[in-house]
Design a protein around this ligand. Structure first.
Ligand code: FE2
Length: 229
């Protein structure tokens, strides 16, 4: 089986983009502000969503407001910003989209470990789940500044971890299926655990990450052989 190239469709903006008004919006979270404690406390969640994410939404909209051009999706904005080297818009839009996807990567009562074909792929790459979390922690600690840790799969179904800097996103890369992302900006964890980035990454992938969604995203992109009819 192969993995279908992944490009976000208009309904996969994770609630971050309003097509009719061509503006970014703050998505609604499907869980209570206390639901992610103790890994992510209510204060962290409130500030992260209501201050940081909101600021990226507002920042992107402020930069888009004078534009005549209208957009269908958040990825359209990012593609446009890349093409004209509008770095400010690229950063604000990238952060707005990354955060919207990040919120969908949380679960309140789902799988806390990978299962099925995704578990097999992770074990093939990392040995076992501990090997995976160790690799994610090492990758996160290797980044001195801010960024994002991504679990992605390629066209062949092989999984790997990727690290992007600052506001860079992988959600517009058609060669990847993006399964999970962990925010390693300090605002994601500093109120709960100060500078313990390793503890945050371990807690996210081991207790907060929505492995049901990751499994579904992995399996739904497994498709027929490319030369089959
Ligand atoms: Fe963040």
């Amino acid at each position: 089986m192969t993995l279908e190239g992944h490009t976000l469709s208009p309904d996969e903006s994770f609630g971050v983009f309003n097509r009719s008004s061509s503006t970014f919006v703050l998505p609604s979270l499907p869980f209570e502000v206390t639901a992610l404690a103790p890994i992510t406390g209510a204060e962290t969640l409130g500030v992260h969503l209501g201050k940081h994410h909101q600021a990226y939404v507002d920042g992107a909209n402020r930069l888009m407001e004078p534009m005549v051009k209208k957009f269908e999706t958040a990825v359209d904005v990012i593609s446009f910003a890349r093409s004209v080297e509008a770095h400010g818009l690229l950063e604000q839009a990238g952060q707005a989209l990354n955060h919207a996807f990040f919120w969908t990567c949380h679960q309140a009562a789902g799988l806390t470990r990978p299962e099925g074909s995704l578990e097999i792929a992770i074990n093939d790459k990392f040995g076992d789940f501990t090997g995976f979390t160790d690799a994610a922690i090492a990758l996160g600690k290797s980044r001195v500044g801010s960024g994002w840790i991504w679990l992605v799969a390629d066209h062949e179904g092989a999984v790997r971890l990727e690290l992007t800097r600052d506001a860079e996103t992988l959600l517009d890369d058609p060669s990847l299926a993006v399964l999970l992302v962990c925010d390693v900006w300090e605002h994601a964890y500093y109120l709960d655990r100060a500078s313990d980035r390793a503890g945050w990454i371990d807690g996210f992938f081991g207790q907060l990450a929505d492995w049901s969604m990751a499994k579904s995203r992995y399996e739904h992109r497994l498709c027929r052989e490319p030369d089959a009819t």
